[in-house]
Design a protein around this ligand. Structure first.
Ligand code: IFM
Length: 453
């Protein structure tokens, strides 16, 4: 096994080793202290949407067990925690009345992190849109972007003083394409028009959110977390290479271009622009405000071939076969070189601020045997991918930190609880937490790094 001490020596002095989670995936307590439903409460309670109709009612019961969970992080020796704030706890109807008790929970959490010397990286939106906002159309309505701006102001006015960084959105690709075009995530829509509206209003909400953070907490580093796809053409043919470029525009450019270039990609607009909502004067300036940092969530490459069907809609691609035969239990190809090439490609295409790997990790569903979880394949995954990050830093790319996804097993969206990504195993019957083999190694790495600095 790779010696954590030797490994730690490969990262820059100011690097952070952290762990990540998200509110709906771990908190539970969906009816506590004035919280009202979000779109995931509704979606997961509908038959046929989430595996075995699992939902977030209990999850990891982190709302009640947060102290134990923070103690665990402290014992592991990680220096930062990335979590998300639940909008439906703070503004249960999306707009209107502020719920003090919801803010109190994050007060406790942030004080707890401070007491333990762990840095706090908050995300404002990790997919739990207050259900009441669906009455106006959810993310397909322009008003939702302004509701988000208000929520960002309220949350930051109370919490920013104890934060080390904030992100507006987590993976807008998922809350836009996966949720409104592919129908896999809440609200389960399958319409290009709906998705294009959600795209522009999410981008607008990001910009308005940046504004809100800066008005309330001028010094707090604000960023955006993107699950950029490492798009790899399935062959060297001209058609597949052109398809990969279209896929880049659709899956990455629709988010990166407005934020980092102030416009939507050209071929994307030529193909789909007439189905976009009206882009008002000033929208793109709001969206393209300079960020202090950005986060990359990476798991697996996206292999792409040309879709020759006449009726194929932009980006007109089909999946190409994987190159590596190693797959995680969720079926995702394991291929760490794509992480390195993706980061380099994105810095070549865009003028990007410093980068945190805000999520990376693997799904393996091993259970405890005599109190131990032997998840060697997850550990191998971490060693490979962290090695790539160390290499990027050595080449001079501005890599500032790495957050393992996830601290603990949790509600894996449409897959429910059957897919496990944690460094810590959660027994959902007893809520017992067990540090896995991978978690022990990651803890040793974080501790070795802390000792060297
Ligand atoms: O669990 C998710 C997380 O919420 C967002 N990024 C990907 C993870 C694994 O699917």
């Amino acid at each position: 096994m790779m010696d954590p001490k030797q490994f730690a020596a490969r990262f820059p002095q100011d690097f952070l080793f952290g762990v990540a989670t998200a509110s709906y995936q771990i908190e539970g307590a969906t009816r506590a202290d004035g919280r009202k439903p979000c779109i995931w409460d509704a979606f997961s309670n509908m038959p046929g949407r989430v595996f075995a109709r699992h939902n977030g009612d209990m999850a990891c019961d982190h709302y009640n067990r947060w102290e134990e969970d923070l103690d665990l992080m402290k014992e592991m020796g990680v220096s930062a925690y990335r979590f998300s704030i639940a909008w439906p706890r703070i503004l249960p109807d999306g707009t209107g009345r502020v719920n003090e008790k919801g803010l109190d929970f994050y007060d406790r959490l942030l004080d707890g992190l401070k007491d333990r010397g762990i840095k706090a990286f908050a995300t404002l939106y990790h997919w739990d849109l207050p259900l009441a906002l669906m009455g106006d159309g959810g993310w397909t309505a322009r008003s939702t972007a302004y509701a988000f701006q208000r929520y960002a102001k309220v949350a930051m006015a109370r919490l920013a003083d104890r934060l080390d960084a904030v992100a507006t959105f987590n993976e807008p690709w998922c809350s836009v394409w996966l949720s409104h075009l592919y129908g896999v995530h809440a609200p389960g829509e399958r319409s290009m028009e709906a998705a294009l509206h959600a795209l522009h209003y999410t981008n607008l909400a990001h910009g308005l959110g940046v504004d809100a953070v800066r008005q309330v907490a001028g010094n707090l580093p604000v960023g955006l977390v993107l699950n950029a796809h490492s798009v790899v053409p399935g062959s060297d043919s001209e058609a597949d290479r052109a398809a990969a470029e279209r896929a880049h525009q659709f899956h990455n450019g629709a988010f990166f271009d407005p934020v980092f270039r102030g416009k939507y990609p050209e071929a994307f607009m030529a193909a789909l622009g007439d189905r976009m909502p009206k882009i008002e004067d000033g929208d793109l300036e709001i969206i393209a405000q300079k960020l202090d940092w950005w986060g990359l969530n990476y798991y697996t490459p996206m292999r792409i071939a040309d879709d020759r069907a006449e009726a194929a809609e932009f980006p007109a691609t089909v999946p190409a076969p994987p190159v590596s035969q190693t797959k995680t239990d969720i079926g995702w190809e394991v291929y760490s070189p794509a992480l390195g090439s993706l980061v380099k490609e994105l810095y070549a295409r865009y003028d990007l601020p410093p980068c945190y790997i805000t999520e990376n990790g693997a799904c393996y569903n091993m259970e405890p045997v005599a109190g131990e979880v032997d998840d060697q394949p997850r550990l191998d995954y971490y060693i490979d991918h962290l090695g790539v990050v160390a290499g990027l830093a050595a080449e001079g790319l501005p890599m500032k930190g790495y957050f393992a996804w996830s601290l603990m097993d949790n509600f894996e969206w449409a897959e429910g609880y059957r897919m496990r990504f944690g460094l810590v195993h959660v027994d959902y019957q007893t809520q017992k937490r067990t540090l896995k083999k991978s978690g022990k190694w990651y803890a040793a790495l974080a501790q070795a790094f802390a000792q060297k600095t």
